[in-house]
Design a protein around this ligand. Structure first.
Ligand code: ZN
Length: 224
């Protein structure tokens, strides 16, 4: 953290830390005038979004999006959080609001049979009527070649201690596995599709297919 930020936080707000600063929009607006830390600039972006949101609601910008919670196409899509896909993915798949449950994480992966992605898929199947699942990875994914060694280096540089990391490991969290990416995208897609297909809680009539989408053109390549 740049010294000026550290100084401001410690001296202007004696009992204050980042978590305490975040919810207070008024105070943030005054702090961003004095502080140039990138974290605070991101918070300032949230202020802009809040302002935009007020106008959006006032002008009834929501009206064309109104639908219910049940996906009209009885479809769930598991994909990556990559920003290139934010609009490209639904556009390239022809999906509009209300059509599909779109579940996103880093890499579009199920990393274990009872992780958050798998839980969302189970909810989509049993609570929301989903019959088909598309696993959609993408070209040049940031989660490809991700490694715990890199995260470890960055975490230590930003103040996480080795003692904290050891405590987490001792609690049974395998950080290497949790933060490891994949080496080969088609293999990763097959693995995720297999995990879903063979999951003991996924009914046999659920269709599961795997794809890689081109991050630029939106072209789909079916993997399995
Ligand atoms: Zn990605």
């Amino acid at each position: 953290m740049p010294r000026s930020v550290d100084y401001n936080l410690r001296h202007s707000e004696k009992s204050c830390n980042f978590a305490f600063v975040i919810p207070n929009t008024y105070r943030m607006r005054h702090q961003v005038n004095r502080i140039t830390d990138s974290n605070l600039n991101r918070l300032y972006m949230i202020d802009q979004i809040i302002d935009y949101n007020k106008t959006f609601v006032e002008q009834k910008g929501y009206e064309k999006y109104i639908t219910d919670k049940y996906p009209d196409k009885k479809l769930a899509v598991l994909s990556c959080m990559d920003t290139r896909l934010t609009e490209l993915l639904p556009a390239a798949l022809g999906l509009k609001n209300g059509d599909a449950k779109i579940i996103k994480n880093a890499g579009g992966l199920v990393i274990s049979a009872f992780d958050s992605a798998m839980r969302s898929l189970i909810v989509a199947i049993y609570e929301l009527g989903v019959k088909e699942i598309m696993v959609v990875a993408h070209s040049h994914c940031g989660a490809c070649h991700m490694s715990y060694d890199h995260f470890h280096h960055e975490m230590i540089a930003r103040g996480v201690t080795d003692e904290t990391l050891e405590t987490i490991q001792k609690c049974g969290i395998d950080l290497h596995h949790w933060l490891e990416g994949f080496r080969d995208t088609p293999t990763s897609v097959r693995k995720t599709v297999e995990t879903i297909k063979t999951h003991p809680l996924v009914p046999k009539d659920i269709v599961v297919r795997g794809f890689i989408i081109d991050s630029e053109t939106g072209a789909l390549e079916e993997i399995m």
